[in-house]
Design a protein around this ligand. Structure first.
Ligand SMILES: Cc1cc2nc3c(=O)[nH]c(=O)nc-3n(C[C@H](O)[C@H](O)[C@H](O)COP(=O)(O)O)c2cc1C
Length: 409
C-alpha cells in the first residue's frame, strides 16, 4: 500500500511538470484504465477501499470532491446490479423508494450527478444547497479531511450555480425516458441577500415543479445569520411564507417540505421549533436531522479541529442520533425524519431508524469508503431488520428511541 501511494505521489509530482496537454492525456488514459479496471474487477468493494480511495485522498479534498461529482456526471461508475430486498422498500412521501438510503445535500450541489448517484443504488437523491443567484462561496481551501477521525470539516459557504441553471438541469433530467429517481432540492439563501425569506420563497416557486421534495436549510454553519432563522420568530415567518408559496404552485402542489436542523440546538430551542411547526400555517412534512456541527468533540488533530466550519462524519454520529430521538419524542412520532450524521454501516443506519428516523442519508463515509458503501449499508441493514423480526424498515422506526434520549445516557 505504501509503495502504491508513493507511486501515485510521484506520478502527481511529475504530472505537474508536464504541459497541460500531456497532463490531460495522462488523466484521460488514467480515467479510462480506472474505468476498465472497475468494470472488470470482481471485488470492487475491496478495490475501492484498498487502492482507489487512498489514492484519491492524495488530492486536495475539494479536487477529489469535484472528480467524484464528474465521475457520477459522466456515469463512470458501473451501475449497481444489487437488487434491494423487499424489507427495504419504503414509502417516501407517497412515492415508492426501493430502499431508505439517500445521498445527503452538499455532494451534488448543482444537480449534475443525479443519474450517476442513482446508478450507485441510492433510494433518493438530495441536490443542493442551491441559492437564488449563483455565488462562489468562501475562499479556498474550504474542505478538510480528518482522516483518523473519519470526518470532514467544510466551510464551502453555499457555492452554487444558482436557481436558474440547476432548475433547468433537473427539468432536462426529468424529461428523459429512463428517469426514475426520487430527487429532492435543498434550498439555501445568498450570502448578501437583503430578503432571506424571499430567497426560500423563490426556491419553492422555482423547484416546486421539478422536485419530489424541498428542504428548508437554515442549519448550515457557514453562512452568517443563517442558523438564527431557526429561532421562534424568524422560523415562524419563514415557514409561513414557504407554505403560502407552496399553495401558489400550479403544478405538484403538495410538494413535501422538510426542515433541516442543526445538531447544536439546545432543548429550549427544540421545544420552540416544535411549537412553530405544530401551527397549521407553519407545517412541514418532515425533518432532516442533522446538518454538520460546530462542536469539536473527540477530534484527534487539534490543528485541524481549529479550522472553522461544519464537522461531519463519525464524530457527529451520536450527537445526530440523540437529536433524532429528541425530535421523534417531541413530535410524538408524527413527522417522518431523515436521519443523517456519521452513518458508515448498516448498524449505524439501523441506530438512526430505531431512534426515530424513517430514512437515512450518508455523505462523509462515502468519501472514505467509496461508492460500494451504498450496497454494503443496504445489505447489512436488510439483514439487521430481518434478524430482529421486523417485516420492513417502517416497523422498526422509533422502536428504541428512549435509548438515545440525552437523559437516558
Ligand atoms: C463537504 C460538505 C458539504 C455540505 N454541504 C451541505 C449543503 O450545501 N447543504 C446542506 O444542507 N448540508 C450540507 N452538508 C451536510 C450534509 O448534508 C450532512 O447533513 C452532514 O454532512 C452529516 O452527514 P455525514 O456525517 O454523513 O456527512 C455538507 C456536508 C459536507 C461534508
Amino acid at each position: 500500500m505504501i509503495q502504491f501511494t508513493t507511486f501515485i505521489k510521484m506520478v502527481l509530482q511529475k504530472t505537474q511538470k508536464l504541459s497541460r496537454l500531456r497532463s490531460l492525456g495522462i488523466v484521460t488514459v488514467g480515467a479510462t484504465a480506472l474505468y476498465m479496471g472497475l468494470t472488470a474487477y470482481h471485488n470492487q468493494d475491496q478495490l475501492f477501499r484498498t487502492f482507489v480511495m487512498p489514492a484519491v485522498r492524495l488530492l486536495p479534498a475539494e479536487t477529489s470532491h469535484n472528480l467524484a461529482v464528474l465521475a457520477c456526471k459522466y456515469r463512470l461508475y458501473p451501475a449497481s446490479k444489487y437488487t434491494d430486498d423487499l424489507n427495504l422498500h419504503s414509502s417516501f412521501f407517497g412515492r415508492l423508494a426501493s430502499n431508505p438510503i439517500g445521498i445527503a445535500a452538499g455532494f451534488d450541489k448543482n444537480g449534475e450527478a443525479v443519474l450517476g448517484l442513482k446508478d450507485l443504488g441510492f433510494g433518493f437523491i438530495e441536490v443542493g444547497s442551491v441559492t437564488p443567484l449563483a455565488q462562489a462561496g468562501n475562499p479556498k481551501p474550504r474542505v478538510f479531511r480528518l482522516v483518523s477521525d473519519r470526518a470532514l470539516i467544510n466551510r464551502y459557504g453555499f457555492n452554487s450555480d444558482g436557481h436558474g441553471v440547476v432548475a433547468q438541469r433537473l427539468k432536462e433530467i426529468r424529461e428523459r425516458e429512463d428517469f426514475n429517481a426520487i430527487v429532492g432540492v435543498n434550498l439555501g439563501r445568498n450570502r448578501d441577500t437583503l430578503t432571506p425569506i424571499n430567497d426560500y420563497v423563490k426556491g419553492v416557486h422555482t423547484f416546486g415543479p421539478v422536485a419530489d421534495y424541498l428542504v428548508v436549510n437554515v442549519s448550515s454553519p457557514n453562512t452568517k445569520g443563517l442558523r438564527n432563522m431557526q429561532s421562534k420568530k424568524e422560523l415562524t415567518e419563514l415557514l409561513e411564507a414557504v407554505n403560502i408559496a407552496r399553495g401558489q404552485l400550479k403544478t405538484n402542489q403538495k410538494v413535501p417540505i422538510l426542515l433541516k436542523l442543526s445538531p447544536d440546538l439546545e432543548t429550549g430551542e427544540l421545544n420552540d421549533i416544535v411549537a412553530v411547526i405544530n401551527q397549521k400555517k407553519c407545517r412541514v412534512d418532515g425533518l432532516i436531522v442533522s446538518n454538520t456541527t460546530v462542536a469539536r468533540d473527540n477530534i484527534s488533530d487539534p490543528a485541524l479541529a481549529s479550522e472553522a466550519g461544519g464537522l461531519s462524519g463519525e464524530p457527529l454520529r451520536e450527537r445526530s442520533t440523540r437529536l433524532i430521538a429528541q425530535m421523534y419524542s417531541l413530535t410524538k412520532g408524527s413527522l417522518p425524519i431523515i436521519g443523517v450524521g456519521g452513518v458508515a454501516s448498516g448498524q449505524h443506519a439501523f441506530e438512526k431508524i430505531e431512534a426515530g428516523a424513517s430514512f437515512v442519508q450518508i455523505y462523509t463515509a462515502l468519501i472514505y469508503e467509496g461508492p460500494e458503501l451504498v450496497e454494503r449499508i443496504k445489505g447489512e441493514l436488510s439483514l439487521r431488520i430481518s434478524e430482529l423480526g421486523y417485516a420492513c424498515v417502517k416497523d422498526a422506526v422509533g422502536s428504541n428511541y428512549t435509548k438515545y434520549l440525552p437523559s437516558s445516557k
